[in-house]
Design a protein around this ligand. Sequence first.
Ligand code: PHE
Length: 359
Amino acid sequence: MTDITALQSDILAQVAAASDEAALEAVRVGALGKKGSVSALLATMGKLDPEERKVQGPKLNGLKDAVAEAIAQRKGQLADAALDARLVSETLDVTLPTRSENAGSIHPISQVLDEVVAIFADLGFGVAEGPDVEFDDYNFTKLNIPPDHPARQMQDTFYVAPQADGMSHVLRTHTSPVQVRTMLNAKPPIRMISPGRTYRVDSDATHSPMFHQVEALVVDEGIHLGHLKWTVEQFCKAFFEIDQIELRARPSFFPFTEPSLEWDMRCDRSVPGKITFGTGNDWLELGGSGMVHRKVLENCGIDPNRYQGFAFGFGLDRMAMLKYGMPDIRSFFESDLRWLKHYGFQPLDIPTLDGGLSR
Ligand code: PHE
């Protein structure tokens, strides 16, 4: 019979000598692994006669427990030591100034997106998202634009090759399909915005084939145009960071809203390269809006006799261009580092309403 005491002190000595986790693991396998010395001893138990087993059993189990505990303890010591060593080698002086020449910057679109979210979060709106490759059904049909409807030509659509699910897809031409997704998944009251990428076949100094919109949707009992007007006004004041603005609503048409309105903001562009809001004789287009069409509510499972809603979809890129004086939309997406350095924002300046949106 192997001398259990001798074996135990031998293994414990090996455990104590293990200088890293790999060495310790080797000791563990040598003792407690399938073919380990302790396991081999345990395996002989079955062959012992009952009397002998009564004596040997507790001893062997004691050995096993002692070894396991010693290994666990050593493991803890080694991990502590490794952490200490790392802490010493990876010290970092957090009081050092950043190196401005290496600092990245926040793209104006990301900045504007954060600003919009901050503004609407303050008004109690949640943020919803939808995919860029959208069901034709959500981008058009559920928004009261059936397949042969002439309104489909209003938006120069990028169609997408048929997908595995057999559904017809497009690159979403507006953020309005997120209205559909939201209404299909939530019950009123609904207050959401959805900023994101949109796509149309279009490209010049003020149009990019990929651009950004922010959609807003409110659905509840008793919602009316006054709510829409107030919300648009609050948003514009907060976004452009001025108290004096003048908005104009023009009658318009969208199949998914009735009535439909487009919003313009009074501005002055008489001094070249400069734009001021609230005065002047120019009007700046913000985007479309309206009361959610009852057919759209119905299509999305909401009772139009009980609930009303308003929605708007504004162009984020052009709002960014105006707020930050950037003349050409195409430079937004050219990844020119010089442009980004000039127009980009400090990563640590997160827009908040109390801290200032764009300071
Ligand atoms: N989706 C419309 C567009 O892209 C804008 C809009 C949104 C109009 C919501 C009404 C309501 O032109």
